[in-house]
Each structure stands twice: as structure tokens, then as C-alpha cells.
Design a protein around this ligand. Structure first.
Ligand SMILES: Cc1cc2nc3c(=O)[nH]c(=O)nc-3n(C[C@H](O)[C@H](O)[C@H](O)COP(=O)(O)OP(=O)(O)OC[C@H]3O[C@@H](n4cnc5c(N)ncnc54)[C@H](O)[C@@H]3O)c2cc1C
Length: 476
């Protein structure tokens, strides 16, 4: 019998599991897919928002500002790259300039520090490639960037290192209430008992809540399409550039990523089926808006495009509460943007306040908050590289040439917590095949390594779980 089962291996479930693993509790996370960090936490903008967007007094405002303050420490403990690059909300009309004052006042009420309005010249001094039509900007020095799937994977890995269990390919299809709590049943018939459930299943939060008789909210899905540019242009912008928001949301942004690519997007279109297929019109809209924001964007250096799906709910704020249907079922629903930013603060609140009111919280004496980064070789000195290769010759073999990732790092990703079991899982942990060639050279090699390390035939290695096998048999 588990004390707590978390449903959903996104950043919210992941950081909550890590927080739970600080205490003497028997905890598990169940995830429908073959790996964690597959849902919204896989494909988003990766912005650690300052906190001037959300309405005063909302849960979004509260947890955004708290999460923004916690993020540098959490990222450092988990070996995840974070950069405090600051953000700029750019005005293009006189109406926008008035909105900037409103955002500044709202941010100050929310507790955001250091907000200033920049003149046209001050903005240009910070971002030389900004469009000549820009009139000024709101500068938020506390804005930052992080890799969302790296944070999710590292938090679940750290929780597992501290005793938590992970069940992948466990798609919850039924929850049975019983005397001691619940039996959580998967589509494949596996069953796990627990005292408390935390529902962090993103887009499925309403369906999972319905399983215990909670019909208090409904989820919807909105697609966001992106374009990613090569690292060659990493200095094209240094801050995160936003348009002045409208009722439709924050709009298209232009930003560096922590891995020094330039990210453009996202769009925002209703997508009832949750599909993440990009569209010609979506990407054309991104390009049009980016050209309005900056001069001569280096679009010729595009290396890929992708889409993510936002899970919003009809209550228009985060739902972070015990269910009205049963108090030992906690909903973490409608966690749309700024959910990534808010995640560390949500996790701490949920465990201390909500779990703390249901179960005794006794701190573990031996909790280890730290986790080593998943890829690191290229940042070592020559002397450090030599020492490592002498200890393990696999670090002497570069598999991904674009990102300079070694076989040692790939093998480590396959065996550490949470283990990488498919090609995309290796990619998300090590960046192997995320470079300019997008895996053209290294993917066959990674398939070989996965087959060898997992002790399976190459025909059994998948891209991202069952049904995505890559190799069908020998041709010669
Ligand atoms: C396009 C886009 C841009 C964004 N940009 C930002 C940003 O810049 N900054 C920011 O702060 N936030 C941003 N966000 C919001 C942020 O991504 C989310 O708030 C956050 O990722 C939500 O995490 P989650 O864990 O709640 O959900 P998810 O990451 O979606 O995780 C839910 C998990 O539950 C699993 N699951 C579903 N059903 C079941 C089931 N039946 N059984 C078991 N498991 C199940 C799913 O497979 C999934 O892995 C953005 C979101 C999107 C989509």
C-alpha cells in the first residue's frame, strides 16, 4: 500500500513526487506513456515568468512569483540549466505603452521586483536587433529560462534516488474507492493501492477526477506551434521578447533557450484532440509575428519545428485543492502557463499544506536534494576529459557530433533514474540528436546502444514506446 500515488509524470507531478520523497512516505508516480515529460512539460517555451501577467490575487499570480524565486535553487540542486536572462514586453503602439503601465502595476502588486519601463533607446541598447517600430518595453529582470523536460526528468530521477517508485506505461483507467483509500487500476489491468491520490495528469485531469465522482471542472486543449533556430545565432537576442499581451494571451515570443538555440512561437489555436502536428498556417503566423518583433531574423537557420498542447480548464485559474468528492484526492488541474514557473512552489504547498493535513510528515534524515547533470562531457576541461576516459573509455566515443554527446553519457541515461527506454527518452536526457542534423547521423548508433544495453533485439527498440518501432528487419 502506497501512502501517495501521483498520477502524471509532467513537471507538476515530478516536482511534487520529489517534494514527497523528502519525507518518510511510501510514494509512487504512474505515467501513461513509455517515459516521463511527454505532455505539456515536453514542448513549451521554457520561460521562468517574472509574474506580472496573472491577475492580482489569483493562484497563478501567487505561485508564479514564489516559483520564480525558488527556481534558481531547485535547478542548481537538480543539475538543470537555468539562466536569468530577464524579459522584455515590447510596445508597438501608444495603447501598448498604456498596457505596459498596467502590467507594471500588476506585477508590483503580485510582488515582482525590479520592474522598469524602458524608453525606445534603452530597449535598443539591450536588444540591438529589435524592430525599428518598437516604442519601449517593460523590463523584468527576474525573468529566466529553463529546459522544461530536463527539470521534469531530473525531479523524478531525484525522487527515485530518494526512494520513490515510477511506473511507466501505466495509463490509469479506473479508480476504486475502498476503506483505506483507493485502488488505482491501469488500462492493462495492473492495480496499485494507496491512501491518497494526487491528480497531476494535465489534459486528462477532468477524466481522472470523474473516476472518483468529481465533475467540478472541465479541461480544454490549445495548441502552440514553434520554430527552433540553430545555435549559430544564439546571440541574435539575449532577453525573452514578448509582444504586449492581449485578451488572447501572451502571443508569440522570441527567446534564447538554455542550450543557446533561438526559439520562436507559440501560436494559440483550439485543438480538441490534443494533436501536436504543426501546420503551414501556424508556422507562417509565427514567422510573420517574429518579423514584426525583430529585424532580419535568421530563419534560414531553422533546424526544426514542433508543437505543444496547453491544458486549460473552465475555472480560468490553477486548481490546487482537495476534491469536493473525497478529501484524500487532490487535484492539480488547469496548470497552464505559468505552470512550469510555478511548479516548485505548487509542489511545496501541496505536500506541506494538503498532504500534511492528511498524513504525518516526518522528514527523512538522509534525503539527498542533488542530482548530477545528464550531459556534461563537452563542458569539462581537457584534463577532466582525459581522466574520465581513462576510467570509462565510452566517454572517449562521440556519438552525436552536433551536440558532442558521448557513448558514456548515453549509457548512463539508459541506466540512471528515471531510465531512458527509447530513442526520444535518450534525446531528452542527453540532447543526442537535438543538433543541426536532428539525428541524421547518430540515431542508428543510439538504436544499437539501446538494444545492447537493454538486452533486446534492434527490432524491439522504439522511438517513443509501443507502436513506434524503428527497425523492421535486415535488408542485406
Ligand atoms: C505551448 C506551451 C507553452 C508554455 N510555455 C510556458 C512557459 O514558458 N512558462 C511556464 O511557466 N509555463 C508554460 N507552459 C505551461 C506549462 O508547460 C505547464 O503548466 C506544465 O508543463 C504543466 O505540467 P503538468 O505536469 O501539469 O502536465 P503535463 O506535463 O501535461 O503532464 C501530465 C502527464 O500526465 C500523463 N497522463 C495523462 N493521462 C494519464 C492517465 N490516464 N494515466 C497516467 N498518466 C496520465 C500524461 O501522459 C502527462 O505525462 C506552456 C505550455 C504550453 C503547452
Amino acid at each position: 500500500m502506497f501512502d501517495v500515488i501521483v498520477i502524471g509524470g509532467g513537471v507538476i507531478g515530478g516536482l511534487t513526487l520529489r517534494e514527497l520523497s523528502k519525507y518518510n512516505l511510501n510514494c509512487a508516480l504512474v505515467e501513461a506513456q513509455n517515459d516521463v515529460a511527454i505532455g505539456q512539460s515536453r514542448a513549451n517555451s521554457g520561460i521562468v515568468h517574472a509574474g506580472y501577467d496573472a491577475k492580482e490575487g489569483s493562484l497563478k499570480a501567487k505561485f508564479n512569483v514564489l516559483g520564480n524565486k525558488m527556481m534558481p535553487r531547485v535547478a542548481k540542486e537538480l543539475g538543470v540549466k537555468y539562466r536569468n536572462n530577464g524579459s522584455l514586453v515590447v510596445a508597438f503602439t501608444n495603447e501598448d505603452l498604456v498596457t505596459l503601465q498596467t502590467l507594471k502595476a500588476r506585477g508590483e502588486t503580485n510582488g515582482v521586483e525590479g520592474l522598469t519601463i524602458l524608453s525606445k533607446d534603452e530597449l535598443r541598447a539591450k536588444e540591438p536587433n529589435i524592430s525599428d517600430n518598437a516604442l519601449g518595453a517593460l523590463y523584468a529582470p527576474t525573468g529566466g529560462i529553463i529546459c522544461p523536460y530536463e527539470l521534469t526528468i531530473a525531479s523524478i530521477g531525484n525522487a527515485m534516488d530518494n526512494g520513490a517508485k515510477l511506473y511507466t506505461n501505466f495509463k490509469v483507467s479506473e479508480i476504486v474507492k475502498n476503506q483505506d483509500g483507493f485502488t488505482v487500476v491501469s488500462e492493462k489491468g495492473q492495480a496499485l493501492d494507496c491512501k491518497v491520490i494526487i491528480n497531476a495528469s494535465g489534459l486528462s485531469c477532468d477524466k481522472i477526477a470523474n473516476m472518483v465522482g468529481d465533475y467540478s471542472f472541465k479541461m480544454g486543449a490549445r495548441k502552440g506551434e514553434y520554430i527552433l533556430l540553430d545555435k549559430e545565432n544564439s546571440n541574435f537576442v539575449s532577453h525573452t521578447l514578448f509582444f504586449t499581451p492581449t485578451k488572447a494571451g501572451k502571443g508569440i515570443l522570441v527567446t534564447q533557450t538554455v542550450d543557446n538555440n533561438i526559439l520562436l512561437g507559440p501560436t494559440s489555436t483550439e485543438q480538441a484532440d490534443g494533436s501536436t502536428v504543426t501546420s503551414e498556417s501556424g508556422l507562417a503566423f509565427v514567422i510573420q509575428k517574429v518579423k514584426e518583433m525583430v529585424k532580419n531574423p535568421p530563419l534560414f537557420n531553422t533546424i526544426t519545428s514542433f508543437a505543444g498542447v496547453r491544458a486549460y480548464c473552465d475555472r480560468h485559474d490553477f486548481i490546487i485543492e482537495k476534491s469536493s468528492a473525497c478529501e484524500n484526492f487532490i487535484n492539480l488541474a488547469g496548470i497552464e502557463s505559468p505552470g512550469l514557473t510555478s511548479a516548485p512552489a505548487i509542489a511545496e504547498y501541496v505536500v506541506k499544506e494538503l498532504i500534511g493535513s492528511l498524513l504525518p510528515l516526518e522528514e527523512k534524515a538522509d534525503f539527498n536534494p542533488e542530482r548530477a547533470p545528464d550531459y556534461f562531457f563537452k563542458n569539462l576541461t581537457n584534463e577532466e576529459k582525459t581522466q574520465l576516459i581513462l576510467k570509462n573509455p565510452l566517454y572517449g566515443k562521440i556519438v552525436c557530433r552536433c551536440e558532442e554527446i558521448t557513448e558514456g553519457e548515453i549509457v548512463r541515461a539508459i541506466h540512471e533514474n528515471p531510465p531512458a527506454r527509447d530513442l526520444d527518452a535518450v534525446k531528452r536526457r542527453t540532447r543526442a540528436s537535438m543538433g543541426r542534423c536532428q539525428g541524421g547521423f547518430c540515431q542508428p548508433r543510439i538504436v544499437e546502444i539501446l538494444a545492447r544495453e537493454l538486452g533486446v533485439d534492434m527490432t524491439e527498440v522504439t522511438k517513443s514506446g509501443e507502436g513506434s518501432e524503428l527497425v523492421w528487419g535486415k535488408t542485406k
